[in-house]
Design a protein around this ligand. Sequence first.
Ligand code: GTR
Length: 325
Amino acid sequence: MNKLTLTAALLASAAFASAAAACETTLRSSDTHPEGYPTVVAVEKMGEILKDSTDSSLCVEVFHSAQLGQEKDTIEQTQFGVIDLNRVSLGPFNNIIPETQIPSLPYIFRSVEHMHKVMDGPVGQQILDAFAAHDLIGLAFYDGGSRSFYNSEKPIQSMEDLAGMKFRVMQSDLFVDMVSALGANATPMPYGEVYSSIQTGVIDGAENNWPSYESSGHFEVAKYYTLDQHLIVPEVLVMSKKTWDSLSEDQQEAVRAAARASVPVMRDLWAEREKASEAKIVAAGVEVITDIDKTPFIEAMVPVYQKYVTTDTLKDLVTRIQATE
Ligand code: GTR
């Protein structure tokens, strides 16, 4: 082989290699969290699995750190097909998809293990299926730990301490009523506005899990964290129905399988990150209040359940969750 044909052969094989690596279709995925956060890494992993299983016909690019917008807006864009995939908490779906309110009810799950058991089973499937009527395809549930209140003012130990304080909640009427039932005031606002709102005193605090409290930096401005664990809200990965309908059946099955395969990856990452975030927050001098009687908090939720668990479908979901061992 002379030098010229050798170069041509090398060029051809390089072109072949890059053609094999290139993707026919790259799906745009949104996440409010920063690079390296468990949900972001899990969707990246899902993309790798999908690329392999579809011979590079489908890939995923994750736009982290709310590059595509705050959650409520990105949900609308996903319904319109502007965004293909979206990893969001169930909270911002509450006002549009009634079934998502059920795993978002305060104290509905006894533990994270209970939540896994329920969401991995037929109740979880029924909730994923409910997305289809809203131009979305529910693919998989991820973990969001348990959420507790943090604030900039004082250590909170009881409902009496919460009285009259102002907390940010996700944009969900259910969470507004949850906070009111505890005797405090709720301000629904996008996640990205919480830090400055605490800093400027527009709100006294917010509520979230260890990793979000840490990665958002909220612990720097709200130094009291009360582990009342009022919510164990799962997170969800959804696809735009428009995008879904543009895929072949094989591709759709590959998307479902890749999403399912990313769940155990996510759970491992989550468990690690929870510990790391807790350690960082404690080291920063945050006062963590663990000595609280949750009973009055749980009892205060009775009217919230009465207001939101209204139809037979929703009542049946609650009964099945409560009956899950
Ligand atoms: C986080 C969750 C986000 C977002 C955020 C919030 O725990 O992972 O999807 O919902 O809470 O409070 O807005």
